[in-house]
Design a protein around this ligand. Structure first.
Ligand code: PEP
Length: 250
C-alpha cells in the first residue's frame, strides 16, 4: 500500500512573515491528516526558519533544486549535504520551470537525482509534456525519455528511493487541470514503464500529480488508482487550500 504524499512547491514566493503565518496555519490543521505524508519545499533562504517551525511536527520539508556537485567553486549552488544539514527530507529535481528557464537537460536532471540520493535526500522527479507535445501525441514518449534518463544512470533500484511527479507543463500554474482520466492514463503508463524493469519497484513507486491541483479537484484525481498524491504550486501558498488537498489525500 503506497502512502500518499502531498508536497507543496512554494517556488520563489513568500517573506519571512508570510512563511511564519503559513506554517502556523498548516500546523494547526495538520492533526486531522494522518494517512498522508505532507511536505513543503520553500525557497532555500527560508529552510532554516521552516526547520525551526516544523521540527517535531508531522510535516516534512525539502528543497526545490540542488547542485550535482558535492562542494567547491560553484557560485549560487546548494549541495545535497547542505539541505540535509537543515533537516530536509525531499528535494524536487527536474521541475519544468528548471528545465525550460534554466535549460536543464534530462541528463543533468538524472545527475541531480543521483546527487540527491547520494546525499540521503528523497528526490521528487518531475516529468511531463508541453501542450505542443501533447497535441503531437508524444506525451508518453516525453515522459519515457525523462524517466529513462534517470533509470539509465541510477538503475531501477536507484529510482525506487525517489518519488515521481507527473506534471503536464500546460497545467502548471494555468488553472487548466488534466482530467482525472488523462492523468491516470499517464500515471499508469509511467508505472508500466517502471514495471518493465521491476514489478516490485513499480508497485511501490509513488507517482504524484501536479498541475493546478486544488481542494475542489484533488479528491477525484488522487482517487485514481495510480495517483498517489500531489505536487502543489499555487494552492500550497494558502494554508486552507493546501490543507484541503491534504485532507483529500487522507
Ligand atoms: C508546480 O509548480 O509544481 C505546480 C504543480 O504548480 P501549480 O499547482 O500552481 O499548477
Amino acid at each position: 500500500m503506497r502512502k500518499p504524499l502531498v508536497a507543496g512547491n512554494w517556488k520563489m514566493n513568500g517573506s519571512l512573515e508570510s512563511v511564519r503565518e503559513l506554517l502556523e496555519g498548516l500546523k494547526s490543521g495538520i492533526d486531522a491528516v494522518s494517512n498522508a505524508e505532507v511536505a513543503v519545499c520553500p525557497p532555500y533562504v527560508f529552510v532554516p526558519e521552516v526547520q525551526k517551525l516544523l521540527d517535531g511536527s508531522a510535516i516534512s520539508w525539502g528543497g526545490q533544486d540542488l547542485s550535482v556537485e558535492v562542494s567547491g567553486a560553484y557560485t549560487g549552488e546548494i549541495a545535497a549535504s547542505m539541505l540535509s544539514d537543515f533537516g530536509c527530507k525531499y528535494v524536487i529535481v527536474g521541475h519544468s520551470e528548471r528545465r525550460s528557464y534554466h535549460g536543464e537537460s534530462d541528463e543533468l536532471v538524472a545527475k541531480k537525482f543521483a546527487a540527491a540520493r547520494a546525499g540521503g535526500l528523497v528526490p521528487i522527479l518531475c516529468v511531463g509534456e508541453t501542450l505542443e507535445e501533447r497535441e503531437q501525441g508524444i506525451t508518453e514518449d516525453v515522459c519515457a525519455r525523462q524517466l529513462d534518463a534517470v533509470i539509465d544512470l541510477v538503475g531501477v533500484d536507484g529510482l525506487a528511493c525517489g518519488v515521481i511527479a507527473y506534471e503536464p507543463v500546460w497545467a502548471i500554474g494555468t488553472g487548466k487541470t488534466a482530467t482525472p482520466e488523462q492523468a491516470q492514463d499517464v500515471h499508469a503508463f509511467i508505472r508500466g514503464r517502471i514495471a518493465e524493469k521491476s514489478a516490485e519497484v513499480a508497485e511501490g513507486m509513488r507517482i504524484l500529480y501536479g498541475g493546478s491541483m486544488k481542494p475542489g479537484n484533488a479528491k477525484e484525481l488522487i482517487g485514481k488508482p495510480d495517483i498517489d498524491g500531489g505536487l502543489i504550486g499555487g494552492a500550497s501558498l494558502v494554508a486552507e487550500d493546501f490543507l484541503g488537498i491534504c485532507t483529500a489525500a487522507n
